[in-house]
Design a protein around this ligand. Structure first.
Ligand code: FES
Ligand code: FES
Length: 171
């Protein structure tokens, strides 16, 4: 029997909750999270590491969860989009995406928010160039990059106000 057909026990902590499961050796982490744990906020756009829709934080590092096997995550501490808000309160990044129209269809949004969250943890006041570099692994098919960058800036407290805010301020 090839190893791909074997199952392995793994234990992961996701958004503060511990899960012990057995998984096939070939199961991708993104499929494990979505299909076995029903955490559907992590999206799949390509399955080949190109789009960033599946971005999550594993042991403090931003990764694309379609590029990692579930067995490789054994013992890991994982954060997904579902774990960001606390007691119904959105994080500043989530709020900023909402307030500054950082999403259109929303498909890329969980990955964008995870990438932005990771960026701001390490660099609380990034330049526009740093923001663009941080999200270069995330593709927005709606091409809403201007508002996405604006949202991240706003979340960092360094953002230019959105157009509506500017209009309000100039009254
Ligand atoms: S689904 Fe993982 S990078 Fe596209
Ligand atoms: S908002 Fe539609 S893919 Fe980004």
């Amino acid at each position: 029997m090839s190893d791909a057909g074997m199952v392995h026990p793994i234990t992961v902590t996701i958004n503060g909750e511990r899960y012990a499961r057995t998984v096939q050796a070939r199961k991708l982490l993104v499929h494990f999270i979505r299909d076995e744990l029903a955490l559907k906020g992590t999206h799949i756009g390509c399955d080949t590491g190109n789009c960033g829709a599946c971005s999550i934080i594993v042991n403090g590092k931003l990764i694309k969860s379609c590029m990692m096997l579930a067995v490789q995550a054994d013992g890991a501490t994982i954060e997904t989009i579902e774990g960001l808000e606390a007691e119904g309160e959105l994080t500043p990044v989530q709020r900023a995406f909402h307030e500054h129209h950082g999403l259109q269809c929303g498909y890329c949004t969980p990955g964008m928010v995870m990438s932005a969250t990771y960026l701001l943890r390490g660099n609380p006041d990034p330049s526009e160039e740093e923001i663009r570099r941080a999200i270069r692994g995330n593709i927005c098919r709606c091409t809403g990059y201007v508002n996405i960058v604006r949202s991240v800036k706003a979340a960092a407290g360094a953002g230019e106000p959105a157009a509506a805010d500017r209009a309000e301020a100039s009254r």
